[in-house]
Design a protein around this ligand. Structure first.
Ligand code: SF4
Length: 414
């Protein structure tokens, strides 16, 4: 029986893509195996958004090259943002890789399986990702995504809706609509659909309990979208809104297209329009020229904004990007690391404070699975919740009374 192994790194879009690939292969009689050594086909779904991710991809490829020497029949496929549009050049550089295909495009291993059915068949996890827009037109000065995933390309509403129905029929109870910038969804479609109108369509699907979407861009997020979040019953009260820096000069050099005053207004609008909304953010530390004072402004902004969670990364220059061409990467790695840790420390205190406020409250949890004898799932505000119970709660929404909190998860009982 043919076997496969998929190695995935990077964003939720990559994870959703890997789920599709898995389904495609399973539908063609392939069996998933845990180790590359046991597989006939290994797929590497890559990310290059940071240098550290790219290094891991290269390491993985080198290990596979070595493995292929002792397993000459092994087929290797490479996809994700590591793959550039110059496939001929990639073939020269990585001759041991059998198939290349760019992020979001159809697989090229057509000699192994019929990829016609690629866009639809896939297994449905309780919480399933669903890509609605590929690429990005924003060209933030540090970001490689527009060069690797290309310009924005929205999927048709009807295609998204039919895939959403398919996933719900297959057992999904929560859909996470995905895109590098979901707020610009639809601007390239003839009927000028937008994210708010797409949410209205998806909200009508019977059997679906919850809808989330990511990632948002503060420059493009509309009041109409905030109103939809407030009025559509399946849309969760949770949002990732990357601020990236708490300093206007850095934001300008990042070419983010907004300043802190604009971001503050958005926070205010969200918090008053969608009561109880949980907001998470992304931050980059050590952008070229970021002074101590500018970094302190980001720390101060964390205290002011009180996000529910923060994903922090140290800046690394990425090829082709404006920042890598015009700025010197002048912050020492140890200083970047110090700044990253300071953000993490401040945020874990803030998250602990926010989460401790939930102790004693009852939250609705959509149960996604079981780990170490405990059920786990997420609240509507995306808090990870564990509870113990002998019943079978998979895929069900249950009220859980919170008894214990930490910065990263909550524990309670039914
Ligand atoms: S919005 Fe900016 S950071 Fe996000 S994917 Fe587009 S270019 Fe990259």
């Amino acid at each position: 029986m043919p076997s496969y192994n998929i190695w995935t790194i990077g964003c939720q879009m990559n994870r959703a893509e890997s789920e599709r690939l898995e389904a495609l292969l399973e539908n063609h009689g392939y069996t998933g195996v845990a180790k590359a050594e046991d597989a006939g086909l290994v797929i590497v779904n890559s990310c290059v958004v940071r240098q550290s991710a790219e290094n891991r991809v290269i390491n993985k490829l080198m290990r596979l090259r070595y493995l292929k020497r002792s397993h000459p029949g092994l087929k290797i496929a490479l996809t994700g943002c590591f793959v550039t549009s110059d496939i001929a050049q990639m073939r020269k550089k990585y001759p041991f890789v059998d198939y290349f295909f760019t992020a979001g495009s159809s697989p090229t291993f057509t000699d192994l399986v019929d990829v016609e059915s690629y866009s639809l068949p896939r297994p449905a996890a309780i919480s399933s990702g669903l890509t609605i827009i590929q690429g990005c037109d924003n060209f933030c000065s540090y970001c490689i995504v527009p060069y690797r995933r290309g310009r924005e390309q929205s999927r048709q509403v009807a295609d998204i809706e039919s895939e959403a129905r398919y996933l719900v029929e297959g057992g999904a109870r929560e859909l996470v609509l995905l895109g590098q910038n979901v707020d610009s969804y639809g601007h390239d479609l003839p009927d000028k659909a937008d994210l708010a109108s797409l949410l209205e369509h998806i909200n009508c699907i019977d059997g679906l309990y919850r809808i989330r979407f990511l990632t948002n861009h503060p420059k493009d997020m509309s009041e109409r979208l905030i109103n939809s979040m407030a009025s559509l019953d399946k849309v969760c009260q949770q949002l990732n809104l990357p601020v990236q820096s708490g300093d206007d000069d850095i934001l300008q050099r990042m070419k983010r297209g907004y300043n802190l005053a604009h971001y503050r207004k958005l926070l205010e609008g969200l918090r008053s329009g969608v009561p109880g909304v949980a907001i998470t953010t992304d931050i980059i530390v050590g952008f070229p020229g970021e002074s101590r004072e500018q970094f302190d402004n980001t720390l101060k902004f964390l205290e002011e904004a009180r996000f529910d969670a923060v994903h922090v990364a140290a800046y690394s220059p990425r090829p082709q990007t404006l920042a890598s061409l015009v700025y010197t990467d002048d912050i020492d790695p140890s200083e970047k690391d110090r700044r990253r840790k300071l953000i993490e420390e401040a945020q874990s205190r803030i998250s602990a404070e926010i989460n401790s406020g939930l102790v004693g409250q009852t939250v609705e949890v959509l149960v996604e699975g079981r780990k170490k004898g405990k059920w786990y799932g997420r609240s509507r505000t995306d808090k990870l919740v564990f509870f113990e119970h002998p019943g079978n709660w998979l895929g069900r929404q249950v009220p859980v009374k919170i008894e214990h909190s930490s910065p990263w998860f909550l524990k309670g009982s039914i």
